[in-house]
Design a binder for this molecule. Structure first.
Ligand code: FAD
Ligand code: NAP
Length: 340
């Protein structure tokens, strides 16, 4: 009997899985991977970063390994190991309440912990890689357990080995973090929106506690981003493009107000949302699909959109941005089936 995935992913499209298995241990996962060797299947966490472009998925392995284990504690930090199935935002709150800091800017990101390393989740100037020391994985063909340290994960901007060289090679079973304690951590309040929100609450951004920063992040996110429970979406649909400085300079001559964030020698990050807005797509829709009115980077399902309709709209947006700015937008959201 097939299982509906409509409420198991945040775009809320009508999709069904012919087989759907929830795995709460490594042994169960290995047994499933063994049975499905050589046939297509999807590993699913919270479904907040996936777009289904077909209405049927043959097999789904839903990762539900739970548990937060304290591996080491010193005066200045703790090291913890977190099951891949642990929901992310409650983990952030649990760490802050325990006096273990660092993840405050990543509050309210939907999904489960195991997907965090996939794109090195990031928000408001903080990325998972700053606190992740490595991941435990199951090799999907060899069915072997491995520990990949942070270097081996090759984390980059919204990227890792799991989205590049080792795509579809591993199931992440748990993630390790090293989190500083009070007195050994200064929260990052550099992003304008965080500073403004803290100041509006009469909190000095340079003296804000990690919990106050998390609360500011939650406040900003809830007032700006569409709630997937009310409006289907998967957050930012495209990555912010990283482009060479000579291209940035020639764009700046045409668009002097364009936001530019230098990232490394000779390269800068552009805001994909700004490009989409300038191209006239912010708040624009076609039938049940559109780009959100407050956040141009968020592709939205206003009702009963299919994955194909969403993908086709997104491609039109990307093509138009390319024609107007010569900048290629790449999806941040994962497609099923994957693009070949
Ligand atoms: P899923 O959507 O279930 O899976 C994503 C991908 O990872 C799929 O390819 C899946 O096959 C693979 N995968 C999942 N779990 C595993 C595993 N254990 N082992 C191997 N592969 C696995 N992202 C950010 O980086 N920053 C943000 O600020 C942010 N804000 C968001 C806001 C909203 C409103 C929404 C809807 C999304 C946002 N996202 C953000 C995107 C998303 O929430 C994150 O990328 C999140 O980590 C995805 O987790 P998930 O469990 O839902 O992954
Ligand atoms: P925003 O504050 O309107 O800023 C727009 C873009 O400019 C962001 O994408 C951000 O890049 C960049 N930016 C802003 N200030 C910056 C600074 N001081 N230094 C470097 N880059 C800066 O963004 P928003 O849409 O409201 O999102 C706020 C944060 O939440 C961002 O970090 C964003 O990545 C994150 N977020 C992510 C998702 C997702 O699905 N991936 C969804 C919602 C929000 P960065 O994106 O690189 O930070």
């Amino acid at each position: 009997m097939s299982i509906s995935l409509k409420d198991k992913h945040t775009f809320g499209c009508t999709v069904a899985a012919k087989e759907y298995w929830e795995m709460s241990s490594i042994a169960e996962s290995i047994s499933a991977l063994k049975q499905w060797s050589g046939v297509p299947y999807l590993i699913l966490g919270g479904g907040s970063n996936i777009l289904f472009t077909q209405t049927e998925v043959p097999r789904v392995l839903a990762v539900r390994m739970l548990g937060v284990e304290l591996l080491k504690e010193t005066k200045s930090f703790v090291e913890i190991e977190v099951g891949a199935g642990v929901p992310w935002h409650p983990l952030v709150m649990q760490t802050l309440q325990s006096g273990w800091y660092g993840l405050e800017n990543l509050a309210l990101i939907p999904g489960r912990t195991g997907a965090g390393p996939m794109q090195n989740i990031g928000a408001y100037g903080v990325e998972l890689r700053q606190f992740c020391t490595g991941v435990n994985v199951i090799h999907r063909q060899q069915l072997k357990l491995q520990f990949l340290d942070a270097k081996a994960c090759n984390f980059g901007y919204r990227s890792s080995i799991f989205k590049t060289e080792a795509k579809d090679q591993f199931l992440i079973s748990s993630v390790r973090f090293r989190l500083p304690k009070a007195g050994f951590h200064q929260p990052n309040t550099d992003y304008g929106a965080i500073r403004e929100t803290l100041m509006s609450k009469e909190i000095d951004p340079d003296k804000a506690s990690p919990m106050q920063v998390a609360e500011a992040v939650m406040y900003i996110r809830s007032s700006k981003l569409p709630d997937p429970n009310e409006l289907g979406n998967a957050g930012s649909f495209f990555k912010n493009p990283i482009v060479p400085m000579d291209q940035v300079e020639s764009l700046q001559q045409r668009f002097p107000q364009m936001p530019v964030y230098p990232v490394s020698e000779g390269f800068a990050k552009l805001a994909a949302g700004w490009l989409i807005d300038q191209a006239g797509w912010k708040g624009k829709s076609s039938g049940p699909v559109g780009m959100h009115k407050n956040q141009a980077l968020v592709l939205v399902n206003y009702g009963e959109a299919t994955g194909t309709q969403l993908w086709s709209f997104a491609q039109n947006v990307a093509m138009d941005v390319f024609n107007k700015f010569g900048v290629k937008l790449e999806p941040e959201v994962n497609l099923w089936p994957p693009l070949v």
